[in-house]
Design a protein around this ligand. Structure first.
Ligand SMILES: Nc1ncnc2c1ncn2[C@@H]1O[C@H](COP(=O)(O)OP(=O)(O)OP(=O)(O)O)[C@@H](O)[C@H]1O
Ligand SMILES: [Mg+2]
Length: 329
């Protein structure tokens, strides 16, 4: 019998969302049914003995709760990881991924064992920024995913499981199920700090991730304009409502220094994030200038913290990283 035929013995076709085989690591995603642990266990046992199958995971992508019962929100277990911080923004395109990656590398420069995790289903960019191939993760022992490693940090991206040209099909619970798989079934080893690049915004996916990931704190990235700051405030409020600590706000693309004449231009305004942080009673973590090298290095796979370790930009990231280490104590 094929994998699909076996799954169909247990679940009706309308509940089978996908059956994917990554080098012998089989992930069956079911939809629109409450979790059925006993059937899942039997199905798992039956699939596990098929030729070439090393590990089977069954994901219920939409688990409906009986009416009147408040869902018990259980945190995902991410083995070996001591602290987890999320890098989030209310608005897309403000430099969240650039900040997450450089911050991760800056934390590593300060002696931390770092893992970077790209949870941005709308636009995974870690593979590009860290220069690893966007191929499915390699299986380790046939049971766990093996993280990518570059510049002394470990990394995993949801971009490894999805076609980056069509990420929109990965909406909702299905995306969360895939993120859970990658987070909990990767062989991270010993990690002091995991930095998670969150999807931008404050929708259902962001809320679910914030409830399920055992965050020690969130770094909010914003550019200085009002429009970005309004969304940053929404982000801060969302995390607070869920009970996740805000580590502070970073102002990205804060100012521009002309390389030729040294003139400073506050292209998007300046200090907006600092003032917003003060108003909200949150920590202002620091400012990162708008600089062409930050963009170029992010795009070519060697982030500025690695490409130019002595630059003032790297120092700026390291100062923010030091504050974060302090806050995590
Ligand atoms: N401080 C900076 N100076 C110059 N360019 C920057 C800076 N920060 C980010 N960029 C550039 O701006 C663009 C958007 O940044 P990035 O991809 O990090 O944003 P994002 O918030 O993760 O976006 P998305 O919401 O699409 O995931 C990228 O081309 C990046 O290289
Ligand atoms: Mg991004």
């Amino acid at each position: 019998m094929t994998e699909e035929e076996i799954v169909k013995k247990y679940f009706a076709p309308e509940h089978i969302d996908s059956i994917k085989n990554f080098n012998g690591r089989l992930i069956v995603t079911l939809k629109n049914i409450p979790e059925q642990a006993a059937a899942a266990e039997q199905l798992k046992a039956e699939l596990s003995v098929l030729d070439g199958i090393k590990k089977v995971s069954i994901v219920f992508s939409q688990t409906s709760q009986p009416a009147g019962m408040a869902p018990e929100i259980e945190k995902w277990r991410i083995n070996g990881v001591k602290k987890i911080i999320g890098v989030a923004s209310g608005k897309g395109g403000v430099g969240k991924s650039t900040t997450a990656v450089n911050l991760g590398l800056a934390l590593a420069n300060l002696g931390q064992k770092v893992a970077l995790f790209d949870a941005d289903i709308y636009g995974p960019s870690l593979p590009t920024m860290l220069g690893f191939e966007n191929t499915p993760p390699i299986s380790y022992d046939g049971k766990m995913f093996e993280p990518f490693q570059n510049f002394g940090v470990k990394a995993m991206s949801i971009g490894s499981l999805i076609d980056r040209n069509t990420p929109l099909i990965w909406r909702g619970a299905k995306a969360c199920g895939a993120i859970e798989q990658l987070l909990t079934e990767t062989n991270w080893g010993e990690i002091d700090v995991m930095v998670i690049d969150m999807p931008p915004g404050t929708g259902d996916i962001q809320i679910t991730l914030s409830q399920r990931i055992d965050f020690d704190g969130i770094v909010i990235v914003s550019t200085p304009q009002d429009i970005a700051l309004i969304d940053a405030i929404k982000g801060v409020n969302m995390f607070k409502k869920i009970g996740v600590k805000i580590l502070g706000i970073v102002e990205n693309m804060s100012y521009y220094i002309c390389e030729k004449c040294g003139h400073r231009a506050d292209i998007f305004g300046h200090e907006g994030a600092r003032q917003t942080a003060e108003k909200l009673g949150e920590t202002f973590l620091g400012e990162i200038p708008l600089h062409i090298k930050i963009r170029e290095n992010a795009d070519n796979g060697t982030p500025i913290v690695m490409a130019e370790p002595d630059s003032p930009h790297t120092k700026a990231y390291e100062e923010i990283a030091a504050k974060i280490i302090d806050e995590l104590k």
